[in-house]
Structures are given as structure tokens and as C-alpha cells.
Design a protein around this ligand. Structure first.
Ligand SMILES: [Zn+2]
Length: 121
């Protein structure tokens, strides 16, 4: 459970909101000429990356407006909230990185260990 700051209503409980998936996905201009594979790429394929991620959110139990939210998916830390049509703000985060490149928090990647030269298992 965490709080989300709606750009219009202020800070509210997350239960009032619905996530609409990845933000900044542009609809294709000529969708009727796309192949089925290209259309499937547009409809279904998203980054789903770990770390900084821009998402669309709707304040469903409040003003019902959509907005964008920049969140660290490894820690659920909300980095920024901004209105639709605005570009994502540049936010510095200290994203912890494991030797394999994954963030250690919430990654479940406890088996990865960086071996130093000459170090025994
Ligand atoms: Zn609102």
C-alpha cells in the first residue's frame, strides 16, 4: 500500500487508482497497412523493465483523469508525477546494481555473486 499524488487532487491512497500500462506509446499512423505481426507488436509488447519506468495511471475513484507517473519498479518508489502531454522529467535515482545488472531489491537474484580473480567459491 502506498500513496500516489494525483496532479489535480493531491496525495491519495493507491486503491483509488488504476494503472494503464506503459506511458508514451504512440499509436501508429497507418495501422490499416500494418501486418498482423506489426500490430501485435504495438498492442502487446511493452518494455516491462526493472528500474525507472513511465506508466499511465487513472484516478478512477477521484477526478477520473489520466496522468503519467515515473516509478522505480524494483522499489515501488514514485519518482515523479506529470500530466499527459508533458515529457517525463529527468530524475536522478540511485538504482542499485548487481554484477548481473539487476537491481538487488526485489529481484530475487540472491544467487549472483561477483567473483574476484583468484577467489574460491
Ligand atoms: Zn485526481
Amino acid at each position: 500500500m502506498f500513496l500516489i499524488e494525483c496532479p489535480w487532487c493531491g496525495e491519495r491512497d493507491m486503491s483509488e487508482f488504476h494503472c494503464g500500462g506503459e506511458a508514451h506509446i504512440a499509436r501508429p499512423d497507418q495501422s490499416e497497412s500494418m501486418t498482423d505481426e506489426e500490430w501485435a507488436q504495438f498492442v502487446f509488447m511493452r518494455k516491462n523493465s526493472k528500474g525507472r519506468y513511465a506508466e499511465r495511471w487513472n484516478h478512477a475513484a477521484g477526478c477520473r483523469r489520466w496522468f503519467n507517473l515515473l516509478r522505480n519498479t524494483a522499489t515501488d518508489q514514485i519518482l515523479a508525477v506529470y500530466r499527459m502531454g508533458e515529457t517525463a522529467p529527468s530524475v536522478a535515482t540511485d538504482e542499485p546494481v548487481t554484477p548481473s545488472g539487476e537491481a538487488p531489491i526485489g529481484s530475487g537474484n540472491d544467487a549472483v555473486k561477483l567473483m574476484k580473480p583468484g577467489e574460491a567459491l
